[in-house]
Design a protein around this ligand. Structure first.
Ligand SMILES: Cc1cc2nc3c(=O)[nH]c(=O)nc-3n(C[C@H](O)[C@H](O)[C@H](O)COP(=O)(O)OP(=O)(O)OC[C@H]3O[C@@H](n4cnc5c(N)ncnc54)[C@H](O)[C@@H]3O)c2cc1C
Length: 435
């Protein structure tokens, strides 16, 4: 078995790998480019006392073992919250998911949606190649175009006809006819969102869930991996350091990892650059009141709203804000491949405030206590039509040179935190098994 194990990163996946290795008596070293741990699961408290996570983070894992590890991390001090989710479309606030809650929308729109939904339900199954095909076959064209296709273009930055369906899982709810009809004639419908309830640490933001995993861990911060030589089994860092390893597990994004590997063939390098991911700008706002919304998060469908989704950190835990204050986190999406971010993140704060006013969440007389914008360069993997083939080439090469990969950006999937943790554990198992 390998004696010196290097793990790149210190997010959920790397921590999962380290935890599994240590359970088996092996002590790895984690190399992290940042000066703090956690990757996407980091949280910050600002000078005004507002806690913001790096993008909205809640735990909705159904896995009992992960639930209990996270609970142990926070000494059982967590909030259990029944998720309330809604949508905003042309001035209408619609319970989520919209397909089950058409009540109150323009009647012409409802009639078209219902007619097409019934037609698609009883028509012959279509050949489904893209996300657009799936949406048309599942909901009919009017609903698909008005809601998920418009939202999807904002969120994924690419249109549905250029995306596969590999990522869908439970994310888009497929109701039966009765649910759609009931939702069209009644304002009150059952909750069917795939996140029904969730947990969140009472204190210090989502990052508090990492405590258990960080205990007595060997992490070298400010160690940005710059070059990897898989033959010499050597890692070089931007700070000039160089270390040898017997086994290497990486959670860093594949498009960044591959160019750093010595001897990577051109076709593999090219494939790694075809892997697309969104960049998220989060705009964090602190307000002097807490009655901002009764939903925990809201999806925004209109093209002319700059943000795609809003969430309200003060509703996750009172510990996230000073008493009586409220907070909003807006997500704005870009991608190098389809919608490059060409302006500074700070220039996006004012348009965000403008659109918060337009939808009525920000009112005349509200005092903005704090505002900031942060860029998350790697946010959501884009399941475009290049992904599958490119990923096979990249993963095939990593297997050949013996570099284990894990996490959202190593597996290049739509992993939530629990899946990233377990992905790290799987990578550690492979090392322990000597595969
Ligand atoms: C906006 C947003 C909202 C989300 N909301 C939720 C949610 O509500 N619930 C949920 O369960 N999941 C959520 N997720 C998903 C969740 O964030 C991920 O599943 C998880 O955090 C990924 O962990 P990871 O370790 O795979 O990647 P990361 O957290 O990105 O960790 C990778 C680490 O590698 C480091 N690294 C990168 N390059 C180098 C290098 N060259 N040298 C050294 N270190 C390097 C990075 O600094 C980072 O620490 C959300 C994600 C986003 C983007």
């Amino acid at each position: 078995m390998a004696s010196s194990i290097a793990v790149i990163g210190s997010g959920m996946a790397a921590l999962g790998a380290a935890y599994r290795l240590r359970e088996n008596g092996v002590v790895p070293t984690l190399y992290e480019k940042n000066t703090y741990p956690g990757g996407h699961t980091a949280s910050w408290k600002n000078e005004q006392g507002f806690v913001f996570d790096e993008g909205p983070h809640i735990s909705f894992t159904k896995d009992k073992r992960v639930q209990s590890l996270l609970a142990k991390s926070v000494n059982n001090e967590y909030e259990v919250i029944n998720a309330k989710v809604n949508n905003y479309w042309k001035g209408h606030w619609i319970k989520h998911p919209a397909q089950c809650n058409l009540y109150g929308l323009p009647s012409e729109l409802i009639v078209n949606i219902l007619r097409e939904f019934i037609e698609t339900t009883y028509s012959e199954r279509r050949d489904i190649k893209t996300y657009a095909d799936w949406l048309f076959a599942s909901y009919g064209e009017t609903f698909a175009r008005t809601f998920p296709m418009t939202y999807g273009k904002k969120y994924h930055t690419v249109s549905a006809d250029r995306m596969s369906t590999d990522w869908l899982g439970p994310r888009l709810y497929k109701p039966d006819i009765e649910e759609i009809l009931r939702g069209a004639i009644s304002p009150s419908t059952p909750d069917v969102h795939y996140v029904s309830d969730f947990r969140y640490p009472t204190r210090d933001g989502f990052v508090a869930y990492l405590r258990l995993f960080l205990e007595n861990l060997h992490i070298r911060f400010d160690h940005n991996v710059d070059a990897i030589n898989p033959d010499a089994k050597e890692l070089r860092f931007r700070n000039g350091a160089c270390v040898k390893y017997d086994a290497l597990i990486s959670s860093m994004p594949l498009p960044e990892l591959l160019p750093r590997i010595a001897g990577v063939p051109d076709d593999v390098l090219e494939a790694s650059q075809k892997l697309a991911c969104t960049t998220c700008v989060v705009v964090n706002i602190g307000l002097d009141r807490d009655n901002i919304s009764d939903a925990h998060w809201t999806y925004f469908y209109d093209d002319d709203f700059i943000f795609t989704r809003l969430s309200f950190p003060h509703m996750l835990s009172p510990g996230n804000v000073p008493p009586g204050k409220g907070s909003i986190q807006a997500e704005l999406y870009y991608s190098r491949k389809y919608r490059p971010l060409t302006v500074s993140e700070n220039s996006l704060i004012d348009p965000t405030l403008r659109d918060l006013r337009r939808c009525g969440l920000l009112r005349e007389g509200d005092k903005v206590v704090c505002k900031e914008a942060k860029v998350i360069p790697y946010a959501n993997v884009i399941f475009d039509l290049d992904r599958d083939a490119a990923l096979n080439v990249v993963h095939g090469f990593l297997d050949e040179v013996g570099i284990k990969y894990c996490g959202r950006y190593g597996e290049w999937g739509y992993h939530w935190t629990d899946q990233s943790l377990m992905s790290g554990e799987r990578a550690a198992d492979e090392v322990l098994d000597g595969k």
